[in-house]
Design a protein around this ligand. Structure first.
Ligand SMILES: C[S@@+](CC[C@H](N)C(=O)[O-])C[C@H]1O[C@@H](n2cnc3c(N)ncnc32)[C@H](O)[C@@H]1O
Length: 339
């Protein structure tokens, strides 16, 4: 029988006593220097503006996505994809979609890196990745295409048209998960699958080494998201939303994502190290605009909180992790199959 993943929720993540990593916090990327002006550069779908040193996309308005879309964020997203892959032992998803799916949709695809890997993995499938921002590459597998689309508007896809619909790391962008999941359900083929993978905005420690500045950052992110009606994703919420949408055979798997290379387990150490390398970009990417725009903090105060979080993540004395929930369910094939 296969053993449980080393990061499953019931496992105590053991600390590697030999961990000696303290990165130089002063090496903070100075390209994020404050710029207080907001500048509109173009009137096309590429429309973007700079705020506090980061570039944000604005074609659909500024409130849909409070995360930057610049190269620093794109590099972070690509590294984060590798982290998520490692969290799932190299798998792109957990839903049992079979070997030859015909149509797959990845909503909020970001740089499209998951969709590219998915198109390579399933040459039988036509894969579509959608996003508000056209930040995807143009050289992609022939069975993949990207579309600019707002997933919170009514979808133009035919009902019952996808074998698999995938959504990852979107909870900070979604006001009405129930409406989104209804559209996902409608467009999934009977017998097809949907999967939503989200990191919960909460940190835990198994050995009383809570990272105080990182916790402050995480609580501030959660507070800002709650204020704009984008509550953090939990395992219970995942199950309830998928089942309410009509999915059956709903599974929710929760794993521990470590921050920093402190775990003894080799795979978890690698994950934690990659998370540490994205700490500056992640703290700023998730936090900066939420803190200034939603919590009305000054740019300086926001940056202090972001820098505090990344410093804590690099501190070998703090051993913290967040729950990563992967939820998937199947659209019933007939009414008798429905719960
Ligand atoms: C944190 S990134 C996650 C990217 C990708 N899913 C991944 O896991 O690598 C969130 C993405 O969702 C996109 N997004 C946010 N709101 C959206 C919306 N209403 N419609 C489509 N995409 C959206 C953003 O532009 C961004 O690329």
């Amino acid at each position: 029988m296969a053993s449980a993943p080393s990061a499953s929720l019931g496992t105590h993540l053991e600390v590697d006593p030999s961990v000696l990593v303290d990165l130089d916090v002063d090496s903070y990327d100075s390209s994020s220097a404050f710029v207080s002006s907001t500048q509109s550069l173009s009137s096309s779908v590429d429309q973007y503006f700079f705020e506090n040193g980061r570039r944000y996309h604005s074609y659909y308005g500024t409130e849909k996505n409070h995360m930057p879309t610049d190269e620093k964020e794109q590099d972070r997203l690509d590294m984060h994809h590798e982290i998520m892959l490692q969290m799932l032992e190299g798998k792109l998803h957990l839903a049992p979609i079979g070997d030859s799916p015909q149509r797959i949709l990845d909503i909020g695809t970001g740089t499209g890196i998951w969709a590219v890997d998915c198109a390579d993995t399933y040459p039988s499938a036509e894969v579509i990745g959608t996003d508000l921002s056209p930040i995807q590459p143009s050289w992609v597998p022939p069975n993949l295409k990207f579309e600019v689309d707002d997933m919170t508007q009514e979808w133009s896809y035919k009902p019952d048209s996808f074998d698999f619909i995938h959504a990852r790391n979107l909870s900070q962008c979604i006001d009405h998960w129930d409406e989104l999941l209804s559209q996902i359900y409608l467009c999934t083929k009977p017998g097809g699958w949907a999967e939503v993978a989200e990191l919960e905005a909460k940190i835990h420690t198994d050995d009383n080494t809570m990272a105080p500045k990182f916790e402050k950052w995480m609580n501030s992110v959660a507070e800002a998201c709650a204020r704009i009606n984008r509550p953090t994703w939990t395992a219970a919420m995942a199950r309830e939303l998928l089942e309410k949408a009509g999915f059956v055979d709903v599974h929710v798997e929760t794993r521990k994502q470590p921050f920093g290379p402190w775990p003894k387990d080799e795979r978890m150490k690698k994950i934690g190290a990659m998370v540490m390398f994205t700490a500056d970009a992640g703290a700023e990417g998730y936090g900066l605009a939420l803190f200034t725009r939603v919590l009305n903090m000054s740019a300086e105060e926001s940056m202090t909180i972001c820098k505090g979080a990344s410093a804590d993540i690099k501190n070998k004395n703090y051993h913290v992790w967040s729950p990563f929930h992967v939820a998937y369910g199947r659209k019933p094939t007939n009414t008798a199959d429905k719960v």
